[in-house]
Write a protein that binds this ligand. Structure first.
Ligand code: BDP
Length: 715
C-alpha cells in the first residue's frame, strides 16, 4: 500500500468480524434532496464505496422519499429534508451548523445533518465505525466545537521559475495546487485531499503560503482558484487564500498599498468582487503582515487593525471573513537583555482590541514563539477579549523532526488546549477561548498548518498522518482522548490486528515526550538549528541571532528570564493567577522552568534533580525510547503490508540513530559549556566512533549533506 488512501482505505473486514452482521445489514441507501455535486451526494457515494470495500456489499442509492421508514435502509439527509419527507426525529435534536445525528438502532440507519456538510460528516463517522468492525447500536448527536476548522497550506506558486510549486516547511513533495507560477492544470489530487479533510470534519482550506505571492491575484490564477474551489465543494471544504498586503503595488497597478488610500480600497473591493463572482462560497483571506519581511500597514503608519479592516470591508458584503495572523514581531538585538520576542504579540495587538471589524478573526500560534516542542500558551489569548480568535497548530513537524521522526502531536496540543488561563480570575481553558465560549464570540476555531504534497503518503511519512487525522478530531472535540484518536486512526489505517494497534498506539503516545527528552528540555525550546533549517541539533545557533529564540546560555547559567521583577516582563502578560505562577521558580512547573527563568545549571528542580543532570538523564532516556521503536516495529513484520512495513522501518531506524546524534550533541555541548560532568559518567567523547566517510566504503558514495546538521562533518 502506498498510503494514498490514508485512513479511508475501506479495507475488507475478515469474516470472523462480520459474522452475524451481514444478513441484517441495510441493503439500500436513500439520499434525500441531495444538491448536485454537493456534500450530500458525496455522502451517498462514499457510503456506497465504503460499504462495498469494508463489507463487500453493493448498495444502490435512491432519492425516493417513500423509503424513509423502509426497513434495512440507510437514510442520509439534512434535518430539514428529513422532517418534511419523513416527519419528526426522536428525540428532539440540538444540532448546530455542521452537526449530525447518527442512529444505527433498529433495522435502518439514520444519518441526518444540520446541513449537507453535517450529513457527510455523519456518513464518515458511520464508515469509521464499520471500518473498525464496530456493529454496536448507537444513537447520538455530534456538534463541532467551533465553526472555523481550516487547513492552512504553505504552498508557493514559484512564479518566474520553472519549479514545481514548493511548499514552505512541507516534507511531502511538491504542491498539489501550483507549478511555474500558476494553478496546475492537473488538479486530480485536490478532491482526494478534500475527502480526507471532510472525513475528519475540516471545512475550509487556505491554499497558498502566508508569505504570499501577489500573482495569485492575476486573472488566470483566480480562474485557477475557482477550479480548485469547484473540486473542494463536493466535500464541503471552502477555499480561502493568503494575501500579500502590497499586492496592488507588487502587481504594478498602483504606486501605493496604504490601507486608507481610496484607490487601494477600490482595488481590493474590485478584486474581492471578482473573486466572489468566480467562487460564490469563497471562505476568506488569511493575512500575514509586517512580519518576517512581509509588507503591512505599518509602512504607512497605519495600525494592524486598519490593515485587517481594509480586507474585512471588501469581503463583508459577500459574507467572507479575514483571518489576521498575530505572528507579528520585529528582529531583535540579542544583546538587549530586556528584548523578548515572546512579548511581541501582546505588544502589537493588546491596544487594538475592539478595533477590528466583526468579520475579522485573529489567528494565534499556540505558543508565544514558534511551534516549539514545549511552550506555554500564548498570553495573547487573554489580552484581546473583544476580538474573536483562533488557534494555529502545526501538523507539519517543522521543529519536531520534519516527518523523519515519529512525533504524535495531540498530547502537546492538548497540554495547550487544556491550560487554564484564569481570565478575570475565572476558569478559562484555552479550548474555551478558541471556541468562543469564554469571551462570547461566534467566530472562532482552529487552523492546522498541514502542508501535504504530491507524495503518496501525503505528508511525507505514513505515521505522521495520524497528526492530520487528530487535528480534525480535536477541532471537532478538543476534549477527545489523544490515545482513543490514534487507536481509531491505526485501525482504519493498518487494520484490526491487536498487536499492530497496540504497537503503533504505544509508540505514538511515547513519541512527543521522547522527542522533548532528546531535543530541548525544561522549556529551553527545541534546540534545532534556528537559522534556516529548523532541523537537527544546533544549540549554538540559539543565541547570537536576530530571531529572538534565545537560550541565554553561558558557562554558569541558562534560560530566559521572563519575570516581571528581573526579566523581560513576559510573565506579567498573563492573567493574575498565571502571571503569579510563572513569576517564581517555586511555582513554575519544571517543564517550563527555563522558559521563564535564568538559573544556574546546578539549580535544583522540583524533581530534585539539577538542571544539567536533568538534561543528561532526559537525553539518555529519550533516545533509549527511540531505540525501542524499530524493535517494536520489527515485531509486526508480516502483519502489515510489505511496502508500508519497509518504509516505516526505514524512518524509525533513522530516528533511532538521529536520536543518538541529538543525545550526544546536546549533552556534550552543555557539558563542555558548563564543565559539569554527568553523575553517571555517560557523557564523554566517543573515541571508538568512526565517521562513515572515513571508512572503506563499498556500495556507498560520500555526498555533501543538506541541511548540514543532518550529518557529522557535513558529509
Ligand atoms: C516560521 C516558519 C516560517 C513561516 C513563519 C510563519 O519557519 O517558514 O513563514 O513561521 O508562520 O515558523 O509565518
Amino acid at each position: 500500500e502506498t498510503g494514498i488512501d490514508a485512513w479511508l482505505r475501506y479495507a475488507p473486514l475478515s469474516s470472523s468480524v462480520t459474522r452475524g452482521h451481514l444478513n441484517s445489514f441495510p441493503n439500500h441507501i436513500v439520499a434525500l434532496n441531495a444538491t448536485k455535486d454537493g456534500p450530500l451526494s458525496s455522502a451517498a457515494s462514499e457510503l456506497q464505496k465504503g460499504i462495498k470495500g469494508i463489507l463487500g456489499l453493493n448498495l444502490g442509492v435512491s432519492s425516493s422519499q417513500k423509503s424513509c421508514s423502509a426497513q434495512k435502509t440507510i437514510v442520509v439527509s439534512t434535518l430539514d429534508s428529513y422532517k418534511s419527507a419523513c416527519g419528526k426525529l426522536p428525540p428532539k435534536l440540538d444540532l448546530i451548523q455542521d452537526g449530525y445525528w447518527l442512529s444505527t438502532k433498529g433495522e435502518s440507519v439514520q444519518i441526518i445533518g444540520q446541513n449537507e456538510r453535517g450529513a457527510l460528516y455523519g456518513a464518515f463517522q458511520y464508515l469509521s465505525l464499520l471500518g473498525q468492525g464496530n456493529f454496536s447500536q448507537v444513537a447520538f448527536a455530534s456538534n463541532p466545537s467551533a465553526p472555523i476548522r481550516w487547513s492552512n497550506q504553505w504552498d508557493n506558486l514559484n512564479a518566474g521559475t520553472a519549479a514545481h510549486g514548493s511548499i514552505e516547511r512541507g516534507y511531502g513533495g511538491v504542491s498539489i495546487f501550483f507549478e511555474n507560477g500558476y494553478v496546475k492544470k492537473d488538479l486530480s489530487r485536490v478532491p482526494l485531499y478534500g475527502r480526507l479533510l471532510a472525513s475528519v470534519g475540516l471545512n475550509g482550506i487556505v491554499i497558498n503560503n502566508v508569505n504570499a505571492d501577489a500573482t495569485l491575484l492575476n486573472e488566470t490564477n483566480l480562474e485557477g482558484v475557482k477550479r480548485i474551489a469547484d473540486l473542494f465543494r463536493p466535500w464541503g471544504v471552502q477555499v480561502g487564500i493568503s494575501l500579500n498586503f502590497a499586492s496592488p503595488q507588487v502587481l504594478g497597478e498602483l504606486d501605493t498599498f496604504d490601507p486608507l488610500d481610496e484607490t487601494v480600497i477600490k482595488w481590493w473591493t474590485d478584486k474581492s468582487n471578482r473573486i466572489y463572482e468566480l467562487v460564490p462560497d469563497f471562505a476568506g483571506y488569511l493575512v500575514k503582515a509586517n512580519s518576517e519581511g512581509q509588507p503591512g500597514p505599518l509602512t504607512y503608519n497605519r495600525t494592524l487593525s486598519q490593515g485587517a479592516n481594509l480586507f474585512a470591508k471588501a469581503i463583508e458584503p459577500h459574507g467572507g471573513i479575514v483571518v489576521f495572523r498575530a505572528f507579528v514581531y520585529d528582529q531583535l538585538n540579542e544583546t538587549d537583555w530586556k528584548a523578548d520576542r515572546a512579548n511581541a504579540a501582546v505588544e502589537f495587538f493588546k491596544d487594538l482590541d475592539g478595533q477590528f471589524d466583526s468579520n475579522v478573526l485573529v489567528q494565534i500560534k499556540f505558543g508565544p514563539i514558534d511551534f516549539q516542542v514545549r511552550e506555554p500558551p500564548s498570553p495573547l489569548f487573554v489580552n484581546i477579549p473583544k476580538t474573536p480568535v483562533s488557534i494555529e497548530l502545526e501538523v507539519t513537524q517543522e521543529y519536531l523532526g520534519q516527518q523523519c521522526h515519529l512525533v504524535y502531536l495531540p498530547p502537546l496540543w492538548q497540554t495547550i488546549l487544556g491550560f487554564d488561563m484564569r481570565a478575570n480570575g475565572r476558569q478559562s481553558y484555552i479550548r474555551d477561548i478558541v471556541t468562543g465560549k469564554t469571551f462570547n464570540h461566534k467566530l472562532s476555531g482552529y487552523a492546522g498548518v498541514i502542508n501535504i504534497g504530491m507524495n503518496d503518503t501525503w505528508i511525507g511519512s505514513h505515521l505522521a498522518m495520524s497528526n492530520m487525522f487528530a487535528f480534525g478530531r480535536l477541532a471537532w472535540n478538543p476534549q477527545a482522548d489523544s490515545q482513543d484518536i490514534v487507536e481509531e486512526w491505526t485501525r482504519l489505517t493498518f487494520g484490526l490486528n491487536r498487536d499492530v494497534v497496540s504497537a503503533i498506539v504505544s509508540m505514538s503516545m511515547k513519541s512527543w515526550p521522547a522527542y522533548e527528552d532528546y531535543s530541548g528540555n525544561l522549556g529551553i525550546q527545541t534546540l534545532t538549528d534556528i537559522l534556516y533549517t529548523h532541523y537537527g541539533a544546533n544549540p549554538a545557533s540559539q543565541d547570537n541571532n536576530g530571531w529572538g529564540q534565545w537560550t541565554r546560555a553561558d558557562s554558569k547559567t541558562i534560560g530566559m528570564d521572563r519575570t516581571v521583577s528581573n526579566g523581560t516582563g513576559n510573565a506579567g502578560q498573563y492573567a493574575k493567577d498565571v502571571a503569579h505562577m510563572f513569576e517564581y521558580t517555586q511555582t513554575t512547573p519544571d517543564d517550563l522552568m527555563l522558559w521563564f527563568h535564568h538559573v544556574p545549571y546546578t539549580f535544583k528542580l522540583h524533581s530534585g534533580k539539577t538542571v544539567i543532570q536533568h538534561f543528561y538523564d532526559a537525553h539518555y532516556a529519550g533516545s533509549a525510547t527511540a531505540q525501542t521503536f524499530p524493535t517494536t516495529w520489527k515485531s509486526l513484520e508480516g502483519q502489515i503490508d510489505a511496502e508500508r512495513y519497509k518504509e516505516v522501518l526505514y524512518r524509525l531506524t533513522y530516528q533511532a540513530g538521529h536520536s543518538l546524534v541529538w543525545r550526544d550533541a546536546i549533552s556534550e555541548f552543555y557539558r563542555n559549556l558548563s564543565s559539569i560532568p554527568d553523575q553517571l559518567n555517560r557523557v564523554r567523547n566517543h573515541p571508538h566512533r568512526i565517521e562513515a566517510e572515513a571508512m572503506d566504503l563499498s556500495d556507498f558514495t560520500i555526498v555533501d549533506v543538506d541541511p548540514t546538521e543532518c550529518a557529522s562533518k557535513y558529509k
